[in-house]
Every structure is written in structure tokens, then in C-alpha cells.
Design a protein around this ligand. Sequence first.
Ligand code: 13P
Ligand code: SF4
Length: 363
Amino acid sequence: MKTIESIEIDKEKIERLAASAKAPLPVSGAEKKKLIRKIKELLREKDAVLVAHYYVDEELQKLADETGGCVSDSLEMARFGHDHPAQTVVVAGVRFMGETAKILNPEKRILMPDPGAECSLDLSCTSEAFTKFCDAHPDRTAVVYANTSAEVKARADWVVTSSIGAQIIKHLHEQGEKIIWAPDRYLGGYIRKVTGADMLLWPGYCVVHDAFKAEELEYLRKKHPEAGVLVHPESPMEVIDQADVVGSTTQLIKAVTEMDNNLFIVATDRGIFHKMKEAAPNKRFIEAPMGGTGATCLSCAHCPWMAMNGLANLARTLETESNEIHVDPETGRRAMVSVKRMLDFAAREKVRATGSANIISPA
Ligand code: 13P
Ligand code: SF4
């Protein structure tokens, strides 16, 4: 896939950072119960609400649900935090999610169990390189994925999520606009394919989704011809091409209830299985293959940075009120303009940006 040639991604650095992300040590059953009790008390005491991403551990997802918080995709997490009356929002996810929550809720306190939880897409698009590239192409509209820093969002014209990206690019293409797309090359390539838009693609990638293997998936599909294939569009194009449904995390969960299949092969982080099983308890789910040539120690269908969220660091954050996420107010205000464009578009199109957008299947 053709991406912007002048932009180089430091793959080695990103993969080194991913490999060094430390998941909290496992805790015993008794310790777990104690921590869960403590977190519930602290949430009440501190007027705080827990919002968790679908990719964090099942225990944290259950805790968010049980305490009146939410489990959802990145944008809905921020929206929920905004609508909820609590003054403190604890974000169990990765840093760009904490920052997005702060952008949408500048008056609230946003805490994270571990603010060192990165995202390889965010890491692959520094604000310096992005600003320089946009400045050199003033004739193009800059559209960025939500998996970016507040500074990149502030420089962009639009921020989109995977559930509404294709609709927004289609709209811009119909207005005759040419696009700079950052940072995910596969999502960008997929959107370019379904919309036909003129898009320059930043060469960023997600370390998790990039590891799904097309050939092995083909083999697994032959073994289970009755299975529905669900793919997140951060996956390589040859994997996307084999999907029955391509969609955001929320859309993939929705698909398991809407499709007749009893078995699904799923190409996204395995953290999502918790909500898929909850939505369709009688159905079965298999991870799409990551082995084969080029498999690495990271090839485990679980984001190493999402795995940094645990019960102990969540309890500590709440207790000490530490790990607060700050966004420079002027940067936050400008980033909000780009996020708001997406929210207004979604409202106009009567599409919830996170949920029931049309699922566009590959051509
Ligand atoms: P969502 O925006 O669907 O939550 O996805 C975020 C993400 O990091 C996917 O890898
Ligand atoms: Fe980023 Fe990939 Fe992790 Fe999502 S799964 S947070 S895109 S590194």
C-alpha cells in the first residue's frame, strides 16, 4: 500500500516500547476481592466514575459496569464521562483516551491507572512531523484518527473514529477536498478503497492489528467455513479483504448479535471477547491467527499498553488522586474544534459516531 514516502516511522523504537510495557503482577483471589471492595468504596468516596475500554482486562470491565461506569470505545468513553455527574473520571485505557476525555471535559479531573500506557499509532505521529507535513500541503484537509495526541488533534481539521471515518471522508471527497490521513495506514487504505478519495496516508500502524496474518486466516476459514469473520480496520488489507464485517469495536460487538453465525473468527484485541460473550452467550469466538512467518513475542492479540491497567494501580490512583491527565487549555480548545466537527457531523447524519453507523464492507 502506498503511504507518504517522506515520513519514516521508527518501527524499532515503537516495538521496543511495546515490548517493555509492563503489565501489573497477577494478584491472588483474596487480594483481588480486597482490591475490588476498596475501589468500589473509593469511587463512592471520591465522587469518581470508572470508564473502561473494551480491550482492558475483564475484571476492570466488570468493575466499570458494576459501579455505574461504562465499557465502550474511545469516543463513547469520553462522552460518558462528560454526561456523568461525577467530577472525577478514571479512564482505564491508553493515554490518548485520557487526553480525549480531558479535551471533552476540561472542567473535570481525569485520572488513569498508568499514564505511561501508550499507543503505537499515537507514537508514530509526532506533532512536529505532522505539523510540518500539513504546513507543506495547505491545499489538503487534515483528518486524524482518535488514536493521536491532543497536539495532533489540535493541528488537524477533523478527528474521526473508526466507526465514522469512512462516512466523513466520503462527505469531504464529495465536496472535492483532498485529504491528509494520519496515522493508521491500514484504516486509511481501507477508507480510500471504499470512498475513492484522494488521500495521502501516514505510514503508522497498530502493533496488535498489524500482526494478524492473512494466509493463516484463509486456512482457519477453510477449517471453519460456518464462521463469520469480524475484522477491525486497523488490520492489514489482505485480512480486511476476508472479512464479513469490517467495523469499530462497538460495531463488531453489535455484529455478533445481528449475524446468524454461531461461530466467529475475530481480528481485534481479545479483550473484546468479554463483551461479545455477554452480548451473545451461546456463540463461540476464536482469535484470528497471528502466528506464521514474522510472528513476534508481541503476537498475542492483546495490546501491551491496555494490559498496563490493573486493579492495584487503579486502587492506588484513586487513593492518592495521582496520575492526573493534563492538556494545555489552548491545545485542548483547538482539539475540541476538530472533535466537535465529527460530533456535529454524526448528529446531522443521525448516526451515533460510536455505534450504529453503516458498516461498510470491503469492495
Ligand atoms: P475504538 O476507537 O474502536 O475504541 O478503537 C480504539 C483502538 O485503539 C483500536 O485498536
Ligand atoms: Fe493503539 Fe493498537 Fe493498542 Fe489500540 S490496540 S491502543 S491502536 S496499540
